[in-house]
Design a protein around this ligand. Structure first.
Ligand code: UTP
Length: 288
């Protein structure tokens, strides 16, 4: 079955970015001039996704507004003949069909995904987390869709992570089955470096079969009192094969400050309109 729908859980509190995220969503922080969430939505659209299901929460209205029509702004831009900006603003609101579901309390990523059960129905779907921004030739989620189409099983994006940072991630125990493809036997959430089953960490891109919903309904709150997707996936492993796929591309952890800064610098350096001047500025930088 084709992957047509994608779920974007954006209901987290973004505590790592306080105070910036006290009253505005982390997903609206801009990389140069485009909010994080727009990069991830565009990745999904490029991969052929037709329906976007956003799981939102309190204080996230700016995300809805961003993808909506803004009559006032369009009127002003038209009046000033700022046509390229006008086109860009209109393009954003015409990107794709959006549907918003509220997660009333941030009870975990597994709980957030479960909110999408009715709207997804009985078909496989993609999940993309806005914290992970991936720069690649082929959209990362498209790479996962291709693996799903080949193996007809759930697929999770993984990446090699240095041992000293592994405690920040979910980590897979696996058997390699093909180039960059791993059959998963266990998932361990945030292990100590010497307890990690491998150096392959889970990144925020997934293709999931709809059986995950029944499993998440039965998943008990785990670490932090939250319903963890990792716990649900471990349950799913008892009935179904799940693969890890080492995608091609550069990933930025934009959910933490250092990762966000690195992404900002590198995306700015890649921009034809800014790159050269910004590079010269960085080269000559002397802090007083
Ligand atoms: P994180 O825990 O990494 O992000 O959740 P967070 O909660 O937003 O940020 P910190 O850790 O407090 O700084 C991973 C993803 O799952 C979503 C988040 O929005 C993020 O995209 N999420 C998490 C939900 O939608 N609901 C939840 O209850 C928890």
């Amino acid at each position: 079955m084709k992957i047509r729908k994608a779920v974007f859980p954006v209901a987290g509190l973004g505590t790592r970015f306080l105070p910036a995220t006290k009253a505005s969503p982390k997903e609206m922080l801009p990389l140069v001039d485009k909010p994080l969430i727009q990069y991830v939505i565009e990745e999904a659209i490029e991969a052929g996704i037709k329906e976007v299901v956003m799981i939102t929460g309190r204080g996230k209205n700016a995300i809805e507004d961003h993808f909506d029509i803004s009559f006032e702004l369009e009127h002003v831009l038209k009046g000033k003949n700022q046509n390229s900006l006008l086109e860009e603003i209109q393009r954003i609101s015409n990107l794709v069909d959006f549907c918003y579901i509220r997660q009333k309390e941030p009870l975990g990523l597994g709980h957030a995904i479960l909110r999408a059960k009715e709207i997804i129905g009985d078909e496989p779907f993609a999940v993309l987390l806005g914290d992970d921004i991936i720069y690649s030739d082929i959209p990362a989620i498209k790479q996962l869709i291709d693996i799903y189409e080949k193996y007809q099983s759930s697929v999770i994006a993984v990446e090699e992570v240095e041992k000293k940072y592994i405690f920040n991630y979910g980590v897979i125990e696996h058997k390699k089955v093909a180039d960059s493809v791993y059959q998963i036997s266990n998932l361990v959430e945030k292990p100590l470096p010497d307890k990690a089953p491998s150096n392959l960490a889970i990144i925020g891109r997934y293709i999931l079969t709809p059986e995950i919903f029944d499993i998440l309904e039965k998943t008990k709150p785990g670490r932090g009192g939250e319903i963890q997707l990792t716990d649900g996936l471990n349950d799913m492993l008892k009935h179904q094969v799940i693969y890890g796929y080492k995608f091609e591309g550069k990933r930025y952890d934009a959910g933490n400050k250092l990762g966000f800064l690195k992404a900002t610098v590198e995306f700015a350096l890649r921009r034809p309109d800014l790159g050269e001047e910004f590079r010269n500025y960085l080269k000559g930088l002397e802090l007083t």
